[in-house]
Design a protein around this ligand. Structure first.
Ligand SMILES: Nc1nc2c(c(=O)[nH]1)N[C@H]1C(S)=C(S)[C@@H](COP(=O)(O)OP(=O)(O)OC[C@H]3O[C@@H](n4cnc5c(N)ncnc54)[C@H](O)[C@@H]3O)O[C@H]1N2
Ligand code: MOO
Length: 403
């Protein structure tokens, strides 16, 4: 099988991927960052009454001319309206959020009045105009009106709006279920006893974080030995559990113990592609088995995280109903870069400072695909295109942010 270009692999992974159809109903406090499943309409009008926007006096604007004296007839505070009607020559003491009484058509802020000593009267020092400082009923939204369309990602503002529209719960898209299986006889979990030729399985944890950050929920399938029957059993379990994506780690290359491709074949997976023209992350597999998508990641830690960042995270975002992001952003090179070979090189890099408004990228020193100490320091993958000529410092480049 020949190597597929990164951009083509990205398009093929996303082709036909739709948000999962399942929904769930959540209390507002749990809805942050989730995607609204249906149009959200208001259950009330806001404000439900004409409300004062300031502390002062509710008046008839035609009476509240500069120099006029007005009699204070009562008081209205937020939550406590005043039942009467403001008549000629009268003013109602009013506070922010209180309902504007009948008869009044303006609120005079208290800074534009003088309280006359020893009497329940004020003098107007700056005239009012009709409509001043009144928030009309329904100025924010009306009962039955659209608050947020389906597909809205629930931000702090959207959640506050939903609360104001009197919704205690929201129907959101369910998170896609991402099953993650690590493979390899050499792997043990962090904290478990470890043999002399074993290593700690790290990839599951990084990938689970990435999957959750992208809107998914993780089904941890643990570690399978390099054994076709065992990998196959975990595959069946994931399918039965209704996984939307089955992610494998390791065993994706060509060695005698790289069994994942064989298991996929035996299970009738329709393989879309295997191997992408990129470094690290070349032995990436994509396919599907019925409703379950398959992402076979390479075992090397940086390889699995790079391939997952480029292909798996955008897929999970799409299945979650989150908006697509562009594959690359534009930056500039902080330093000269050597020529590149036939695989796009995703160089672990740091974004520091800007040149002419574009982020400046500095490649980190060591780039071996086993190095998590380097990967963890990086905040971007600087993309060196296939067969790129040497580049000078200050030249434009493309990169993928790591957040
Ligand atoms: N003859 C060839 N050999 C290799 C090729 C090739 O084209 N021809 N490709 C190389 C490339 S590129 C990569 S990337 C790796 C990927 O190999 P696999 O996906 O088969 O991964 P494994 O062999 O299972 O493991 C590689 C490496 O990663 C460690 N590993 C595996 N799983 C985990 C985990 N969950 N957490 C942490 N580390 C893990 C494993 O112990 C190995 O050290 O193949 C090259 N070989
Ligand atoms: O593609 Mo491998 O991921 O070069 O190390």
């Amino acid at each position: 099988m020949s190597l597929l270009a990164v951009e083509a692999a990205y398009r093929r992974v996303l082709a036909g991927a739709e948000p999962v159809a399942r929904t769930e109903r959540l209390p507002l406090r749990e809805a942050r960052g989730r995607v609204l499943a249906d149009d959200l309409r208001s259950r009330r009008t806001q404000p439900g009454f004409d409300a004062s926007a300031m502390d002062g006096y509710a008046v008839r604007a035609r009476d509240a001319v500069t120099g006029a004296e007005l009699a204070i007839v009562g008081e209205a505070a937020a939550g406590h309206g005043w039942a009467g009607s403001v008549g000629p020559g009268e003013a109602l003491r009013i506070f922010t959020g209180a309902p504007v009484p009948e008869g009044a058509d303006a609120v005079l802020i208290q800074e534009d009045t003088e309280r006359l000593a020893g009497s329940a009267r004020i003098k107007v020092t700056d005239a009012a105009t009709a409509g001043d400082h009144i928030r009309r009923a329904g100025v924010d939204f009306a009962e039955g009106g659209l608050l947020c369309p389906a597909g809205t990602v629930l931000s702090a503002g959207a959640i506050a709006l939903a609360a104001s529209g009197d919704h205690s719960h929201l129907t959101v898209r369910a998170r896609p279920r991402i099953a993650i299986l690590a493979t390899g006889d050499e792997l043990v979990l962090p904290g478990e006893p470890i043999g002399p030729h074993q290593i700690v399985a790290s990839n599951t944890f990084g990938l689970a974080a990435l999957a959750e950050q992208s809107g998914g929920t993780v089904l941890d399938c643990g570690i399978a030995a390099d054994d076709e029957a065992e990998i196959g059993a975990r595959f069946d379990e994931a399918l039965q559990a209704g996984a939307d994506v089955f992610v494998t780690i390791g065993g994706a290359s060509v060695g005698d113990h790289d069994l994942v491709g064989k298991v996929f074949e035996a299970k009738g997976v329709e393989l879309d592609f295997w191997k992408v023209a990129m470094r690290p992350g070349k032995p990436f597999m994509a396919g599907r088995k019925g409703p379950m998508r398959i992402a076979g990641l390479p075992g090397n830690p940086a390889s699995s995280l790079v391939a997952a960042t480029l292909f798996l995270a955008p897929l999970i975002r799409r299945l979650s109903g989150l908006p697509d992001r562009p594959l690359y952003r534009e930056g500039v090179l902080a330093d000269a870069m050597p020529a590149n070979g036939p695989r796009a090189n995703f160089v672990r890099a740091i974004v520091a400072g800007e040149t002419e408004g574009r982020p400046r990228l500095t490649a980190l020193g060591k780039q071996d695909s086993s190095l998590l100490s380097v990967y963890a320091r990086a905040d971007a993958l600087l993309m060196r295109p296939v067969n790129a000529a040497p580049a000078r410092a200050g030249e434009p480049c493309l990169y993928v942010p790591l957040d």
